[in-house]
Design a protein around this ligand. Structure first.
Ligand code: ARG
Length: 449
């Protein structure tokens, strides 16, 4: 039988290809994180109170230097025969350091190794995404502020409902996005725990200092139970994908509003022509393809979240190879969500407002509730006022939309938007991201030195 040589034995080529799957490509995103995880592990091994030492401090320093050179090496690739980044790095270290390279996997399994890689990668990605969430929210708030009191028909069931404003529309979407940071924060906290030292999921008979590796890698804490740590793989990615799915659903509603209100029939907003695409047959077309793709990409992220949970729910405890397939799911989810945040920020920034079209939308019915409330102010009970207006709808007249916008001054309404509140909230979130990112990078930088 024809087989292929791997670090873990000779394998049928088709079996190798099927089990390796997309790892050689996907794992390239994990090279840096894998090397950092190994640097922390080897440092801890060199400090372990065993005689003779597994690796000496001097050897650990040589391993860390070699790992740093792997990270810097742009030609480093994961090949199919390596199976994954973990074995590719071990092979490279053995080429560079001889027998010392063969010691780095002592007391470790690829199971805790990949789990660490993924968590470091997710942490880095979530910090980047956090900054992008703040950017989009602040672009929306700025758009709202620039067109704060511009009247815009408020709709329910898509039907004209009540006087509203561009400020309310834009900051409403910003607030929905900012509220999603609660889910992202939950995913961040769940992710910020170190599985290293759980090995295959059952620990090892060596005095590993799991708190030490967790600290070296800048995690908030080690995951305690070794079996739990192995099952955290997949759960962590699923929690992330669920948060991303909810965020995408919010972004999709924003995109849908932008498509609708930039249709010529509404014409409230104008989209920069350079952000729209044309038709090969209809010369007049400027289509909002980007915004349509936000919808379809949202559907994909919902699918990725569902796929990750479906994968998990029937899996027995402990490591199973199914978990490898979670990698592509979470990476794709992050990539889609992050590009969507960036492209939407660009779109909102470029969007124009047609005040005449917005005002033209104010048909008399839009003022019906305001009319009834004026009757209440004059002493009529609400339900009576409501019926008086409803029974005489034809008597409603067009009113001044600007006056209607100015009349609602309570918190959060057309004349009561607190922009400082949004700006403070965004500034606080941005500061949190910067502080975390700086601490994370500072900790990791020390590892290679
Ligand atoms: N590439 C594998 C993964 O992502 C690494 C772990 C392999 N572990 C194992 N027991 N086969 O899951």
């Amino acid at each position: 039988m024809k087989t292929e040589k791997t670090i873990t034995g000779d394998v049928d080529p088709d079996v190798l290809a099927y089990t390796v799957g997309d790892d050689p490509v996907l794992d390239m995103a994990l090279v840096r994180w894998d090397c950092l995880g190994t640097a922390a592990h080897v440092t801890m091994l060199s400090e372990m109170p065993v005689d003779p030492p597994v690796v000496t401090k001097e050897e650990a320093a040589r391993v860390r230097a070699a790992l740093a050179s792997v990270v810097a090496d742009e030609t480093f690739v994961v090949r199919e025969q390596d199976q994954d980044v973990h074995m590719a790095v071990e092979t490279r270290l053995t080429e560079m350091l001889g027998d010392l390279g063969k010691k780095i996997h002592t007391g470790r399994s690829r199971n805790d190794q990949v789990a660490v890689d993924v968590r470091l990668h997710i942490k880095d990605q979530l910090l980047g995404l956090g900054a992008e969430v703040c950017d989009l929210a602040s672009v929306l708030v700025a758009f709202g502020k620039a067109h704060d009191r511009v009247p815009m028909v408020g709709r329910t069931h898509l039907q004209p409902a009540m006087p509203s404003s561009v400020g309310v529309w834009a900051t409403g979407h910003a607030e929905m996005i900012l509220d999603q940071t609660a889910n992202l924060e939950a995913a961040y906290k769940m992710n910020d725990a170190c599985p290293l030292g759980s090995a295959a999921g059952y620990g090892v008979p060596l005095p590993l200092d799991r708190q030490r590796t967790s600290d070296l890698l800048g995690f908030a804490r080690p995951l305690h139970n070794v079996f739990g740590a192995s099952m955290g793989r997949g759960e962590d990615e699923a929690a992330l994908l669920s948060a991303l799915a909810q965020l995408m659903a919010v972004l999709s509603r924003l995109a849908e509003d932008m498509i609708l209100f930039s249709m010529p029939e509404f014409g409230y907003f104008t989209l920069p022509r350079a952000y729209c695409t044309g038709s090969s047959i209809m010369p007049q077309k400027y289509n909002p393809d980007v915004l349509e793709l936000v919808r379809s990409k949202t559907a994909q992220v919902l699918g990725l979240a569902t796929a990750s949970l479906s994968m998990l729910h029937a899996m027995p405890g402990g490591y199973n190879r199914d978990l490898q397939d979670c990698k592509g799911l979470y990476m794709k989810g992050l990539a889609i969500t992050r590009t969507t945040l960036r492209i939407l920020a660009k779109f909102v920034q470029g969007m124009g407002v047609d005040e005449a079209k917005l005002r033209a939308g104010f048909i008399p019915g839009v003022f019906a509730t305001d009319v009834a409330l004026r009757k209440v102010a004059a002493g009529t009970p609400w339900r009576e006022a409501y019926h008086q207006v409803r029974d005489n709808l034809e008597a409603l007249a067009a009113e001044d939309p600007d006056a209607a916008v100015a009349a609602k001054s309570h918190a959060g309404a057309t004349a009561g938007l607190d922009y400082d509140l949004y700006e403070t909230r965004i500034a606080e979130l941005t500061a949190t991201v910067v502080v975390r990112k700086t601490a994370f990078e500072g900790t990791l930088e020390k590892l290679f030195n």
